[in-house]
Design a protein around this ligand. Structure first.
Ligand SMILES: C[S@@+](CC[C@H](N)C(=O)[O-])C[C@H]1O[C@@H](n2cnc3c(N)ncnc32)[C@H](O)[C@@H]1O
Length: 285
C-alpha cells in the first residue's frame, strides 16, 4: 500500500467504526455549536509561542489563506500582521464565529468563504495567497492528495500545515476502549501525513513547536477529572451513566493524584508540529 492509500484506509477505518457504533453518517454542521464556541479566541490576544513561530513566516504585504480556518483562532491574530486574511471554511457555525469575531474587533482585512477546500464548486482560480496555511484539519481529510495539491497550487510562496503530535480525537482511545471494549481506530497524524508529502515529492521542514495544547488543563476535582475522561462526541448519550461508573471504578489507574490536581495517565505529552515548505521553488520546476 502506498502512503496515500494508507492515509485513505485510516480514515475509512475510522468512519466504518463510527458508523458501526453510532449508526448512520452524522449529517449537519458537526463543527458548529459547541465546537465552534471552543475554537473562538480573542483576536487581539498576545501571541503564544506557537503562534509567534507561525507569524514569523509572514510578511506585511502577504495574503494569508487559512484552510478550514474555523472561528479564526489563528488567522484573525495574523490579520494584524499581513495585508489580508481569507479563510475557506465549510462549517456555517465556524464561519459565523469568524465573521462575528472579525466584526466585533473591527477587523476589515479578513473574510471567510463558506466552502470545503475540496469543493469542485469553489472558484479555485480566485483563491490564492502568498502563504496557504491549515491548522488541525488534515486528520479529517480523506482526499489528502487533492487537498495538498490545492494548497501548493494556490500558495505563491509557502505552504504551512500544523498538526498535533497526537491527533486530538485519538486522545480518548484508552477511555473509549474501556467503555466500548475495542480499540479506537486512529485518525492519521504527522507520520502518515509526512509519508503522503514525501510520496508527492515534497520535502518539507518539520518543526516541533514549544507550547502544550491550548485547550487542556489539569482537573482539580475528581468530578472534573471524570468529566474530562468522558468529554467528546465519541460517547453515546445512553452510555453516559455506565461510562461514569466504569471510570469511577478505575479512577486510580486512570489518574495520577498530585498537588496540582488529577493528571490523566492516558494522555501522553503532546506538541504541535509545523510542516512547511516553499512552493515557489517547486512551482518553478
Ligand atoms: C479542529 S477544527 C480547526 C479549526 C481551526 N483551523 C483552528 O485551528 O482553530 C477543524 C476545521 O476543519 C474544517 N474542515 C474539515 N474539512 C475541511 C475541508 N475539506 N476543507 C476546509 N475545511 C475543512 C472544519 O470545518 C473545522 O472548522
Amino acid at each position: 500500500m502506498t502512503g496515500i492509500q494508507s492515509y485513505i484506509a485510516r480514515i475509512d477505518a475510522v468512519e466504518a467504526q463510527r458508523q458501526r457504533i453510532y449508526g448512520t453518517a452524522s449529517g449537519g454542521d458537526i463543527w458548529g455549536g459547541t465546537a465552534a464556541q471552543t475554537f473562538r479566541a480573542d483576536p487581539q490576544r498576545e501571541l503564544d509561542a506557537n503562534l509567534t513561530v507561525i507569524a514569523s513566516y509572514l510578511q506585511p504585504q502577504d495574503v494569508f489563506v487559512d484552510v478550514g480556518g474555523g472561528a479564526g483562532r489563528v488567522s484573525l491574530p495574523m490579520s494584524h500582521r499581513c495585508r489580508e486574511v481569507v479563510s475557506v471554511e465549510p462549517s456555517p457555525g465556524m464561519a459565523e464565529g469568524f465573521r462575528s469575531l472579525a466584526s466585533d474587533n473591527q477587523i476589515t482585512n479578513a473574510s471567510v468563504i463558506l466552502s470545503s477546500w475540496l469543493d469542485t464548486g469553489l472558484d479555485t482560480k480566485s483563491i490564492s495567497g502568498d502563504v496557504v496555511f491549515t491548522a488541525d484539519v488534515t486528520y479529517f481529510v480523506r482526499d489528502i492528495e487533492e487537498f495538498i495539491r490545492g494548497m501548493e497550487g494556490r500558495a505563491k510562496r509557502r505552504a504551512m500545515i500544523t498538526v498535533w503530535s497526537q491527533p486530538p480525537p485519538n486522545r480518548s482511545a484508552e477511555i473509549f476502549q474501556l467503555i466500548y471494549g475495542e480499540r479506537l481506530e486512529a485518525l492519521p497524524g504527522y507520520r502518515e501525513l509526512l509519508a503522503v508529502l514525501w510520496e508527492m515529492g515534497i520535502l518539507p521542514d518539520v518543526r516541533v513547536l514549544p507550547d502544550s495544547p491550548w485547550w487542556e488543563s489539569v482537573p482539580t476535582s475528581r468530578e472534573q477529572a471524570t468529566d474530562l475522561a468522558l468529554r467528546g462526541r465519541w460517547l453515546k448519550a445512553e452510555d453516559q451513566d455506565r461510562a461514569r461508573r466504569l471510570v469511577d471504578g478505575r479512577f486510580d489507574e486512570l489518574f495520577e493524584t498530585g498537588s496540582e490536581g488529577f493528571q490523566p495517565k492516558w494522555r501522553p505529552e503532546m506538541r504541535e508540529i509545523l510542516i512547511t515548505w516553499e512552493t515557489e521553488q517547486r512551482l518553478a520546476i
